[in-house]
Design a protein around this ligand. Sequence first.
Ligand code: UDP
Length: 477
Amino acid sequence: MLHELQISHQPYECWEAYATPQQMEALRKSAETMRERLAGRAFWTVSSTAVGGGVAETLRPLLGYVRGAGLNARWVVIVGPPDFFRITKRLHNALHGEGDADGAARLTAEDRCVYEKTLFRNALELAGLVRPGDVVMLHDPQTAGLLPHLVRLGAHVVWRCHIGHDTLTDGVRDAWDFLLPYLEHAAVLVFTRAAYVPPQLAGRPIEVIPPSIDPFSAKNQVLSEGAVRAILAHVGLLDAPAYERDACFLRQDGTPGRVDRAADVIRLGRAASPDVPLVVQVSRWDRLKDPLGVLEGFGASEELLSEHGAELVLAGPNVNAVADDPEGAGVFDEVVDAWRALPHHQRRRVHLANLPMADVEENAAIVNALQRHAAVVVQKSLHEGFGLTVTEAMWKARPVVASAVGGIQDQMEDGVHGLLLKDPRDLPAFGHAVRKLLDAPEEARQMGARAHARVHERFLGLTSLFRFSALLERLDA
Ligand code: UDP
């Protein structure tokens, strides 16, 4: 059964903490215009998972503000059999440029049949919810096939694609050939970067909107040093006293939350001591995030290990928790195998953590603490639509080493807001970049400060709210 998610009510007035009076006035005005334009109609969001990954992460707070502005925002998550999510994962990888060079992984007519049947069943359920005139925003390839059904219901449908590849390889073209028939009647198509728009969509109504983060969420809110330590000690990632009363954060609804669950950590011996510099990558267990490359690159940087005593934490969501990512468990197993194959002295400096996902906000607070405690945050992705973890680390003023791929190239400037890896597969360059930041803490601190300012200026939810309100105005709704 298609399921509808709870959206909390976020007063948009809280943006006063980060916005200028002029921006607040503009926000009030757009909220008013939107309320008038959409009076009596709903604004639907349809995605393929409620937890795990950047899409769910950005949607939750934004929809809260849309509700807070007085609009009838609703959020539903589609359901489908494992075969459907295997097909959509292949589409996802292909759109990132990781389709098979020889086309062997090209989707077949049978795959299309599974895809369409699944979305048809979801559309039947949506037909009981969506009314003519409603606005529906569909997210990513998993939901594209719903578009013609919703247009037939009389809805104004926007499709947002969070992924893409800068060059049109054969695999990318195949993936677009699969999707294009469904997109014909989209009112607007939204992309994260202009370079991701395939040539076949030239001339269509397109908006380019980069994803944003919410500074008030459990993931990004300010945490005291004491809370950071207590949270990490409690989950088993730091060897420090776990004062439970300090392992606290503020939930989106304003009530206090506490980190109660532990992480499932694979390591030799004890957790890292608080004074050990941690190199941290937080990602879904996905080959495109290259956890194996991070492990190998870190292991191979002997110099870095011995001089700074740095340790590596690779953390991701519990492998069974992300509904639309069937590859997580397999990728995690590969990482564990590679970890076991490391020489003992390297292995004891690497911690593999599956973070609890039963409570999304608790998970977010753990990620928050981990990012804040990190000496260096890395994101060595092979492809990336937009690296939300990079923005999150930048907001926390952490020095970042990230691959110069996809949206990350827009997020930071090399040497100004962090260090970019021209070739993410160049392991010595990776080790060297991490080492550079550890060697020069003052320079790293300044980069972190500039990174924070850049996120404030470009990548906070406030900017997205303005962009979406402009988009709604553009709809002939
Ligand atoms: N994330 C999380 N818990 C985890 C691992 C990841 O909340 O255990 C979040 C991470 O903080 C970020 C999102 O998942 O907000 C990943 O977004 P990103 O754009 O980096 O990658 P995606 O998963 O969308 O490809």
